[in-house]
Write a protein that binds this ligand. Structure first.
Ligand SMILES: Nc1nc2c(c(=O)[nH]1)N[C@H]1C(S)=C(S)[C@@H](COP(=O)(O)OP(=O)(O)OC[C@H]3O[C@@H](n4cnc5c(=O)[nH]c(N)nc54)[C@H](O)[C@@H]3O)O[C@H]1N2
Ligand SMILES: Nc1nc2c(c(=O)[nH]1)N[C@H]1C(S)=C(S)[C@@H](COP(=O)(O)OP(=O)(O)OC[C@H]3O[C@@H](n4cnc5c(=O)[nH]c(N)nc54)[C@H](O)[C@@H]3O)O[C@H]1N2
Ligand SMILES: [Mo]
Length: 786
């Protein structure tokens, strides 16, 4: 649409669908989709990101790598300046290095897991493009599961036969509105998180839905260290649990139900297996400790009478027990999810409308919506011929222990020997725990190649950085399997600097490596978008759903899929447990698992159990580090994305990431609101700005993830991060030998006022760029920086 030189172009993002308003080649405004009842605040940051000074202008190679070749100077990653080179030279270097590593070490020596959210468009999705490219090259070491819910993905198949319930297959909003009497929310419904959806979203309606459920008379109980994990309008009772103790609290509830005879014996014997053995643990027959309300109260720091009262309320209502993904992103994270199911089984309401259990409501925009009955469009990656992979969060263990053994979900496995890391569409220096350990592991591979639109910390720690376009600079197709719209993402502006599409970079590399035709299948950008749309349209037609032809879709900017609701998690199983058994060994819900018993893991017993995390407020370590770090997802950005945007920047204190703490904890340390503090433990330290807030329980420090890692001395182990990246503090341990998920939420810290001169934030400017031969005046200084 053109009016007076201004155009409006349909587009979409992780933060929602919008119309981009453009004058000449400038993005002047972002207008939310007219049907969006609650557009994400984050849309406002998009123009800042597009034209940020942190954009990568040209292909860049780390000087040490360029001058001395692969491997020789790997310990200087992050410290060396970069040299800009031409696209041809950069692609020649990448193609030659891939060829060398494959010839000398085989495809499994290439790590292409490349975890990360990339962008909303489904064709240009960078991680998928990389996967397709490397598979065409003979494969790579990949990854399984994700940082969001790895522990749940591993445990749920043993318990209910599928990981579906952690991946959004839950009872739908409309059913909760109609039937739920009491909703007990472990971790809340953090609607700040419902701003985002991986493939984009048109209607942000989590708030609308929760308001409707509240208006229908549902009562709410919030179990969380932060009061604002439930929106105020829910009028929830707040049980300010100690972090990581939910399993103990749930055991206390279950014990109360059983000793008071309020449990559903019939459900437990007819629909579950192992109730007798789990009950023996609950009652303390196996370990001499009854998991009573008193016992739970001492661990979770929630008064015993409140636990007893809640158990009785739960038995008296149609009760939904929900848990956010955060609960399992912790040491022994398998347990709270297994125990939530066990508690729901004790109540006997699993499979009834509005009762039972559910996960992740409020954690992403689409949770609570029903999946449409055909697959969302996705670029096929083809099979990975190497069959080499790791559980995603074990990346640093892998880099530090090539050939080392580890356990995973019943298997004994070995880590591959990685020589080359290739990343596109993710930011491990955002997402991984214990960044100092990552810096150490990251020195091991001979070459690191990164595609990025921005000079993220990961790009800064790479050898070859190829500038990628953002979605605004190309055409794409947006879609999520639980959002009712397919979205046409028209190119809004021309590519900035020398940025190229990830796809085009891979086309040229595949050309150099001899498999261009298999990679492209003869299609260009719009050819692929048409093709993916056509496949989706055919699949929809197979389900009786008519989507418009491509040209109509592309012109209108969207295609709508009819709404559907009425989903009840495990409703089929409840109606017919014999005819519709679960895909567990017993066909029932497993409260005790013979499979897991046979694994023999001390850190994941065969029934849900309270196991002390390595770090929590009850640990000895809490005398030295008395604050539990809650590094939750940021309201002001998506992970590390949009940290340079206005919404994130407005929240910073003296340019540092804000952290929240209880006023009494601050007073004890002489800390005032707005102070800059040093947050530290044995793993690392960062600066952050303090906000005092009684919505944080005592003994907790909340520092959201995603502030770009900005070490005072880049490349140096243990350097102070001056900006406030929580992962300088978190621990890099698998949740258990069963799940091997990340355990970011189990970390203890201490804080003190930072009195020194405040170091500048430098991470939103490009790193030092130098000419190839003409050495800059500050060369010696850089050489000796660390
Ligand atoms: N302490 C702590 N750590 C956590 C968590 C936590 O709760 N606490 N949560 C974890 C979770 S659940 C997750 S999902 C991860 C998220 O971790 P990531 O998904 O790695 O984080 P993002 O910042 O979204 O990284 C995506 C990157 O892709 C880049 N990108 C965007 N579009 C394109 C493109 O078109 N091409 C290319 N080449 N690149 C592009 C972006 O610039 C960005 O740097 O973090 C995990 N880390
Ligand atoms: N704005 C925004 N939205 C996002 C994201 C983002 O980066 N920004 N990331 C997206 C992604 S990739 C994911 S996976 C989801 C994640 O969704 P979640 O896993 O739900 O996200 P968090 O914000 O880490 O955690 C929610 C709340 O759990 C509480 N919590 C932490 N530990 C405990 C505990 O031990 N017990 C209890 N009871 N509560 C605890 C914290 O107070 C926290 O605010 O969010 C998605 N949504
Ligand atoms: Mo996630």
């Amino acid at each position: 649409m053109v009016t007076g030189g201004r155009r409006r172009v349909p587009h979409s993002s992780h933060w929602g669908a919008f119309a981009a308003e453009v004058t000449a080649d400038r993005l002047v405004a972002v207008h939310p989709h007219p049907d969006d009842p609650e557009p994400a605040e984050l849309l406002a940051s998009i123009p800042d990101a597009l034209d940020s000074p942190a954009r990568v202008a040209a292909p860049s190679v780390r000087r040490g790598w360029l001058e001395h070749g692969p491997g020789a100077t790997s310990d200087r990653r992050g410290a060396d300046p970069f040299v800009e080179v031409s696209w041809d030279e950069a692609l020649d270097l990448v193609a030659a290095e891939l060829t060398r590593v494959r010839a000398e070490h085989g495809n499994a020596a290439i790590f292409g897991g490349s975890y990360g959210w990339s962008s909303a468009g489904r064709f240009h999705h960078a991680k998928t493009q990389l996967g397709r490219f490397l598979n065409g090259f003979g494969g790579c070491t990949g990854q399984v599961h994700n940082y969001s819910y790895a522990a749940a993905s591993a445990i749920l198949p043993h318990v209910v036969g599928t990981a579906g319930p952690t991946a959004g297959e839950v009872t739908s909003w409309d059913v909760l509105e109609e039937h739920t009497g009491l909703w007990v929310m472990f971790g809340g419904t953090p609607v700040k998180n419902a701003q985002v959806e991986a493939g984009g979203v048109v209607r942000h309606d989590a708030v609308e839905r929760l308001r409707a459920i509240h208006a229908a008379g549902t009562e709410f109980v919030l179990v969380s260290p932060l009061r604002d994990d439930a929106p105020d309008f829910l009028d929830a009772q707040w049980l300010a649990v100690r972090p990581n103790t939910d399993t103990a609290l749930m055991l206390g509830l279950a014990h109360t139900l059983v000793v008071e005879g309020r449990h559903d014996e019939e459900f437990l014997t007819r629909y579950c297996t192992g109730w007798d053995r789990f009950r023996a643990y609950l009652l303390g027959e196996t370990d001499g400790r009854a998991k009573s309300a008193d016992w739970a109260a001492r661990i979770a720091d929630v008064p015993a009478p409140d636990i007893v009262a809640l158990a009785r309320r739960m038995a008296a209502h149609r009760t939904l027990i929900s848990a956010t993904w955060s609960l399992q992103r912790a040491d022994h994270g398998e347990q709270p999810f297994w125990m939530a199911i066990a508690l729901a089984a004790v109540l006997g309401q699993i499979g009834l409308p509005g009762g039972g259990f559910g996960f992740a409501y409020g954690d992403a925009a689409s949770i609570g919506h029903r999946r449409y009955p055909f697959p969302a469009p996705a670029l096929p990656t083809g099979p990975n011929p190497t069959d080499s992979w790791i559980p995603v969060a074990r990346i640093v263990d892998m880099l530090l222990n090539p050939g080392g053994g580890y356990d995973f979900d019943g298997e004994r496995r070995r880590y591959p020997d990685i020589r080359l890391v290739y990343w596109a569409g993710g930011n491990p220096f955002h997402h991984h725990q214990d960044l100092n350990r990552l810096v150490e592991g990251w020195r091991r591979p001979e070459t690191v190649i990164v595609h990025e639109p921005w000079w993220t910390p990961t790009a800064r720690y790479a050898d070859i950085v190829l500038p990628a376009t953002t979605t605004l600079e190309r055409n794409d197709l947006g879609a999520s399997s639980r959002d009712r719209f397919l979205l046409a993402m028209h190119q809004v502006v021309p590519p900035r600097g020398q940025a190229r599409n990830d796809h085009d970079i891979f086309v040229d590399l595949a050309g150099r490596l001899g498999f261009r035709e298999t990679f492209t299948e003869g299609r260009d950008e719009l050819g692929w978008i048409r093709h993916l749309y056509a496949r989706t349209r055919t699949a929809a037609a197979g389900q009786g759903i008519t989507l418009p032809d491509f040209d109509t879709f592309w012109r209108d900017g969207q295609a709508e899929i009819p709404a559907s609701g009425g989903r009840v998690l495990l409703g089929d199983f409840r109606a017919d447990p014999v005819g519709r058994p679960l895909r567990t060994p017993s066909g029932r819900i497993e409260l005790w698992s013979q499979t897991i018993a046979d694994f023999g893991y001390d850190d994941c017993p065969p029934h849900p159990a309270w196991l002390e995390p390595r770090e929590w407020l009850g640990a000895d370590l809490a005398t030295r580090y008395p604050l539990h770090l809650v590094s939750n997802q940021p309201r002001t950005r998506l992970h590390g994305q949009l940290d340079m945007g206005r919404v994130s920047r407005a929240s910073k204190i003296e340019g540092r990431e804000p952290c929240r703490m209880h006023p009494a904890d601050a007073a004890e340390r002489g800390i005032g609101d707005g102070d800059v503090v040093r947050v530290h433990n044995d793993r690392g330290a960062c600066l952050a700005g303090v906000r005092l807030d009684p919505a944080v329980r005592r003994g907790v420090l909340q520092l959201s993830t995603g502030a770009w890692y900005d070490p005072l001395r880049p490349g140096v182990l243990g350097a102070l991060d001056v900006h406030g990246n929580a992962n300088t503090l978190t621990a890099d341990h698998g949740t258990s030998r069963l799940g091997q998920g990340p355990s970011a939420h189990s970390a203890l810290v201490e804080v003190e006022v930072f009195t020194g001169p405040l170091p500048p934030i430098t991470v939103f400017e490009p790193p030092p760029l130098v000419g190839r031969s003409g050495r800059p005046a500050n060369h010696d200084q850089e050489e000796s920086a660390p």
